[in-house]
Design a protein. Structure first.
Ligand code: PEP
Length: 259
């Protein structure tokens, strides 16, 4: 049985007041949901502490949107794993497509970050996903496989218990164009088969694979009803408390269908 895991990626949005207000609205609204599913919010670095304080005691976890792999030193502008732990983080998004395609992060840097997150005792969410032109050229599987194998290089089967995979087709992120549940399921199944090849059946069956890309309260249940969709990584819709709570409720409702 995989426990559903829904995370909100706030990206470079909110200010201090609105971040705290959103965090409070989410934590006040989750009620008993955290008993049956994992919920996290991922604000910008500078609001992590305030958001962690705001959700304290609600069962809602806090994640960072990025990290640097070095522990300390002359890395101006960067944030370490220890710093994230210090302000109450549990999760760290690694290799989000904004960072791959806007900032220019490559697989080897993403892998170093993911290994540092694991070594520091936090839980990485590794994002993978193809561009539209790659899907159109039938390269979805090769792109996803390359990102998955590079991102997880050096990760042991034992460490996989702390790793979440997020499949986020780049053409569906922030575009309003969601992958159909069938399109998501096909790639999630492919990822699970790859995990089986890399780590064996037990790890593959236990690993949470989130879908991300224009998820809304109205499409969450259909996505979550797919056998290999275990959770959601939500961008835009996680900035509106009501919409995010709607997604959480729809996801909890589909939890029974999970393997
Ligand atoms: C994301 O930021 O990871 C994302 C999936 O964004 P959106 O839900 O807005 O498409």
């Amino acid at each position: 049985m995989r426990r559903p895991f829904v995370a909100g990626n706030w990206k470079m949005n909110t200010d201090l007041n609105s971040a705290v207000a959103l965090a409070r609205a989410v934590s006040d609204g989750v009620n008993g949901l955290t008993r049956s599913m994992t919920i996290a919010v991922c604000p910008p670095f500078v609001y992590l502490k305030a958001v962690a304080d705001a959700v304290k005691g609600s069962g809602v976890a806090v994640g960072a949107q990025d990290v640097y792999f070095q522990p300390n030193g002359a890395f101006t502008g960067e944030i370490s794993v220890a710093m994230l732990k210090d302000v109450g983080c549990t999760y760290v998004i690694c290799g989000h497509s904004d960072r791959r395609h806007v900032i220019g992060e490559q697989d080897d840097l993403i892998n170093k970050k993911l290994l540092a997150v694991l070594a520091g005792g936090l839980r990485p969410i590794l994002c993978v996903g193809e561009l539209l032109e790659q899907r159109d050229a039938n390269q979805t599987e090769s792109v996803v496989e390359g990102q998955l194998r590079s991102g997880l290089k050096g990760v042991s089967a034992g460490q996989m218990g702390s790793v979440t995979i997020a499949y986020e087709p780049v053409w569906a992120i922030g575009t309003g164009r969601t992958a159909t549940p069938q399109q998501a399921q096909e790639v999630h199944r492919f990822i699970r088969d790859l995990l089986e090849d890399m780590y064996g059946q037990q790890v593959a069956q236990a690993t949470i694979i989130q879908y991300g890309g224009s998820v809304k309260a109205s499409n969450a249940a259909d996505l979550m009803a797919q056998p290999d969709v275990d959770g959601l990584l939500v961008g835009g819709a996680s900035l509106k408390a009501d919409e995010f709570l709607g997604i959480l409720k729809a996801s909890a409702g589909s939890a029974d269908g999970l393997a």
